[in-house]
Structures are given as structure tokens and as C-alpha cells.
Design a protein around this ligand. Sequence first.
Ligand code: PLP
Length: 369
Amino acid sequence: MIRYPVAEPDVGAEEEKNVVDCIRSNWISSLGSYIASFESGFASRVERKHAVSTSSGTAALHLALLGLDIGPGDEVLVPALSFVACANTVLYVGAKPVFVDADPKHWNMDPQQAARKVTAKTKAMLVVHLYGHPAPMEPLLALAKEHGLRVIEDCAEAHGARYRGKVVGGFGDVSVFSFYGNKIMTTGEGGMLLFDEDALLAKTRLLRDHHMDPQRRYYHKALGYNYRMTNLQAAIGMAQLEKLSRLLTKKSTIASWYAKQLHKLEAFDLPPAEEWAKPVCWLYSPLLKENVVKRISREKFCDKLNKLGIDTRPFFVPLNQLPYMDADRNAAPVAEDLSKRGLNLPSSSKLLEADVNYIVDSIKKVLGP
Ligand SMILES: Cc1ncc(COP(=O)(O)O)c(C=O)c1O
């Protein structure tokens, strides 16, 4: 039986109070006061002018691409090492994801590799702050400026992380967050789209609501979607937002417990922290050292931990290697190496130091003498 899940929601009395309030008010669908408060509260947290809540992070990414008019014939730079939603949403709009290898120093999109992938068709770059570590925004934004590319910032795994002191989500033309149940803060399922351009507000709100004409009910000038967040989700989101700082502090303490102990084992490359970055701990994500994976594969290592009640996740499979992607399977050797050696350890904000000690003792057992 799994005793330590990789992640779990940290919800309690505050969320319950807001949800009960919602139920008593009968505003449980996608109208209600929590939606507007959650949008404005989140926008000020990320220092953006506008926020549009959505039913998921994937929906927010899709709206971001549609909002920026990315479509058939366009190419979008996407990190090879990321969650599949980043490439799928580019495909949803009929554009082509062009995969960029990772930088081994911080695991995010390598600006030099990105520069090599720019063509006359490149319209945008989708920058992901992977596993809580900010991407190198200065060189990426400079590249985007040089080629007139739009920038979508995917902060699904990095709520609260900072690049040179500025919180992520404030750099791209549009930024996107996820509030899925395993994220740093959650609404069960949910997402948010943030930007400063006024014109994008009406446009993305229309797209989120089947493009229904606000002046004429059931008249739809163009194709739209149902990507609305519910008031119930936003009620949970408001309570989570209020405790976000506490969740981040606790998770960073958990990361420091792991780092202190795992460092001594000499079996791991610990998660990066570049001098310009203030990463957050979404999931504590070390790499098994090369000499260790020669002895025991990451799969076997994780299987053995699983038998001791410890849940893990392997790193993402490089997106250029997924069978339906039109991509060179060998185009991202760094992402491939990280993907083979990386794993996410239990990172619930509810973990105590004794739990981390148990997990590290189990790791020692699995590694053997
Ligand atoms: C980097 C990244 N982008 C997008 C998403 C999609 O978010 P959602 O699961 O809320 O659709 C996720 C994770 O779930 C993610 O990790």
C-alpha cells in the first residue's frame, strides 16, 4: 500500500468554509462571486493586469494560443522535456510544435538551441518553468524580440518561483497556470490565463464561453469552447491562494530536508538552483547519477521504493519521442538523459521530517551497500 504519495491536495477548514458558502448560496456553476475574486486575487499575486480562470491548465494553454492567433502554418518552440499538454495544445490550433532541447544546468529550454530552431514560420515560444525552476527569461525574451515571437509562459509547475527577483507569470505576453490536484495550489481541476493586453480579455472570455455574443444570447460569431471554471473550484482556489505562502515555505523546508540527506548518499544529482533563480519545490526532483543507473535502472529503483510504500514518478518522456509527434526522435539528447535518470519523490506539504527520514532510509535500502 502507498504510504507516501508523490503529491496530495492540502485542503482543510478554509476550503470547506468557502465551499459550504457556495452551496448555501446555490451558485455552484460558472457564475458567482468567488470566480471574480479568485481571478483578481491571482492577478495581483502574479502582478498581471488581467486573469481569466479556466477549467484546466490545458484549456488555459489552448486559449493562450488562440488568443495570440497562432494557427495552421505556424511553428511554436516547445521544450522537449515537458508535460504533453504543451505540445498537444499547439496541435489543437493546427500549428506545429518544434521541440527544443533542455539546458543541463537548469533543465529548461536552452536559449541557444531555441535560436537554432527559429524559421520564417516560427510565431511563438512556449516557455515552461519545469519542476519549479524558472526558465532563463532574459535570453529567451531577447530571442523572442529579435524574431518578433509571442511568448507564452507556462507556470503550471512553478507557482511563486522567481527569476531575478520577479515572480514567474509576469514575463510572457500571456502566462498560464494549472490548479490540478497535484499542483502547489489546487482547485481540483482548474487553470488561469494572465496577461496585460486589454484586447485579449474580451477575446479569451468569448472563446472560453462558446464565443457567445454578450449582446445576443445563442448567437455565436465564431467557434468557441466551454472552458469555464466553476464557482466551487474558485471557492477552493481562494482558500488555497490565502495559504499559498505557507505551502511554499513548507515545501521549501521539505526540499531542504531531502537535499541535506540525499547529498550524503552521493547517488543523486540534486535539483538545480541557478544563481539568478529562486526555484520552488513543486515535486522534489533529483536525478540518479549515471554510475547508479548503470547498476539499477530508474524503473527498478522506483519499483522497489513502491514496494516500501513510497510513490514516485519518472520524469516526462521527451515530447519529440512520442509516437504521434512529427519530430526528430534524436533531437533532444539532454532531455533524453534527464528523462532517463530523473524522478519525483513524495513532496506533499503534509510531510514531516520523520517521513523524509523514512523515505531516505528506504532509498538507502534500495541502493544497497
Ligand atoms: C508544464 C505543464 N503545462 C500544462 C499542464 C496542464 O495542466 P492541467 O493538468 O491543469 O490541464 C501541466 C500539468 O498538469 C504541466 O505540468
